[in-house]
Design a binder for this molecule. Structure first.
Ligand SMILES: [Zn+2]
Length: 127
């Protein structure tokens, strides 16, 4: 997830925004995946729902996070992912776009369901 990492300096102490792997708790640099769970609602009339977004290194870490997401959300939910660099480009693009002012497209609101267990208290193991 996006976090701040304390830095001692010089020239001064600071906090550095970074993407930290939710599986191994190390910084993701250059390549990784953003993962989340998505509830498949179809025509059921249920409101769309998703999990919070998580980040993981590719390989053992995203495999562990995907397994953890499936265990947290269960049947009716699927796991999705996006390459972190692509996701960040899309996020930066949308940061300057106000969906509420877009008169051409409709944007659905989603319910964000948090997992029953915080992954940082029971860290999914990537090993
Ligand atoms: Zn990792």
């Amino acid at each position: 997830m996006i976090e701040t990492v304390p830095r001692s300096g010089p020239p001064e102490a600071n906090t550095c925004p970074a993407i930290i792997c939710d599986a191994c708790r190390r910084q993701i640099v250059d390549s990784g995946n953003i993962l989340w769970a998505h509830k498949v609602v179809g025509d059921s009339g249920e409101p769309p729902a998703q999990s919070p977004m998580y980040a993981a290194h590719k390989g053992n870490c995203d495999t562990a996070m995907e397994k953890w997401l499936k265990a947290q959300y269960g049947p009716g939910w699927i796991t999705l992912w996006e390459e972190a660099s692509t996701f960040l480009q899309q996020l930066a693009h949308n940061f300057g776009r106000d969906f509420a002012k877009d008169t051409q497209d409709d944007y659905q609101q989603r319910i964000v369901r948090h997992p029953g267990r915080d992954p940082h208290q029971t860290v999914p193991t990537s090993r």
